[in-house]
Ligand binder design. Structure first.
Ligand SMILES: [Zn+2]
Length: 350
């Protein structure tokens, strides 16, 4: 596919003096909020999306010192039930390609190659999709550094996240990320408790640490650090180690949350996945629950687009579903062993 022309990109850019000044200060969080306000007035589909967000309901489940929310959000049905097999993807018009964007939809350019767009099916009070200007497959390898700079630039207000092509991305053929309000996902607040209560330190240096967590539902690896160079190096090591254990996959399944705080640096949470969807998703009769976990669900906001699922879902369902889509305990143990080894061998000499 031919790269998109700069003339086409220009057509959909939204800019004004205020946005430009935020862009100059590298505050893309503030710039994105202004874009959202404009889109909430001018773009019909987004107006509908935010109107239906007003009616969402939330249930809160308390676990061992942390929370998982369940959000009833009918507007998410398209994303939760998206078919992402190769044939279906080829047949549909890519909704992230610039030529196919809706009438009235506008974006802000980030790093020359990306566009910050308002997400018309919001989960967060402010929800964005950040997509590549070209039709290019979803993947994390070689792209991780973009997520570091994006999450830093949006960090005042937002957490940025990535869904792997086989575990949550509804456009696996078009590279994109998302961003939503900081602290909206319970894990943003619960992280320190999770680390203290369930964490196992795999590596620790003065300004960089790697922790593995299994809290009874989710299995994740967290990087905390200030140096982009070390984070990229550690992520590459992570990718290699994880890929070797999950043979035959182009990209081993993962969902990632990126947050950044001045003076502290980045916190990157990588959920390790075994399955795209749990068995409840395919089950017949009463067992059927339409919940298709991705980064936001694992971050503690599980989305049920159907009222019946929202009313019947229990704590036990969440335990079952999140465990089922996460890597198994044996694989996680083996992964921790190998990753700790690689970090100590390679990072110390780096
Ligand atoms: Zn596309």
């Amino acid at each position: 596919m031919r790269p998109i022309s700069s003339k086409m990109i220009k057509k959909i850019l939204f800019s004004n003096e205020v946005i430009n000044s935020f862009e100059d200060e590298d505050d893309f969080g503030a710039a994105a909020r202004i874009l959202l306000k404009q889109q909430q007035e001018k773009w019909e589909k987004l107006i509908e999306g935010y109107n239906s967000l007003k009616a969402v309901q939330t249930k809160v489940f308390e676990f061992d010192g942390f929370r998982i929310n369940v959000q009833f959000n009918p507007n998410r049905i398209i994303s939760s039930s998206a078919t992402i097999d190769e044939d279906s993807i080829k047949r549909r018009k890519c909704f992230l390609c610039i030529g196919n964007l809706s009438k009235g939809q506008k974006g802000i350019k980030f790093n020359d190659e990306y566009l910050i767009l308002a997400n018309p099916y919001p989960i967060f009070p402010e929800h964005f999709t950040i997509s590549n200007v070209n039709h290019f497959p979803q993947r994390i390898k070689g792209i991780f550094y973009v997520l570091l700079s994006l999450s830093k630039s949006m960090s005042k207000y937002f957490t940025v996240f990535y869904n792997g092509p086989k575990c949550g991305a509804s456009a696996p053929d078009h590279l994109h990320f998302q961003a939503g309000n900081k602290y909206f996902m319970p894990i943003d607040k619960d992280y320190n408790h999770l680390k203290k209560q369930f964490g196992e330190i795999l590596f620790e240096a003065p300004r960089f640490s790697v922790t593995a967590v299994y809290d009874g539902l989710r299995k994740f690896i967290a990087f905390e650090g200030e140096s982009e160079e070390i984070l990229i190096y550690a992520f590459n090591l992570f990718f290699e180690t994880y890929s070797l254990l999950k043979k035959f996959e182009d990209e081993p399944m993962m969902n990632i949350l990126f947050s950044f705080d001045t003076g502290i640096g980045w916190r990157i949470i990588i959920f390790l996945r075994e399955k795209h969807r749990p068995s409840n998703y395919y089950a017949a009769g009463d067992k059927n629950i339409l919940l298709s976990p991705a980064a936001v669900d694992l971050g503690g906001v599980c989305i049920t687009p159907r009222a019946a699922d929202f009313s019947k879902i229990t704590k036990d369902h969440l335990l079952e579903i999140l465990n089922e889509v996460s890597v198994g305990e044996d694989l996680f143990k083996l992964f921790k062993l190998k990753f700790r080894d690689n970090l100590n061998k390679l990072l110390l000499t780096h």
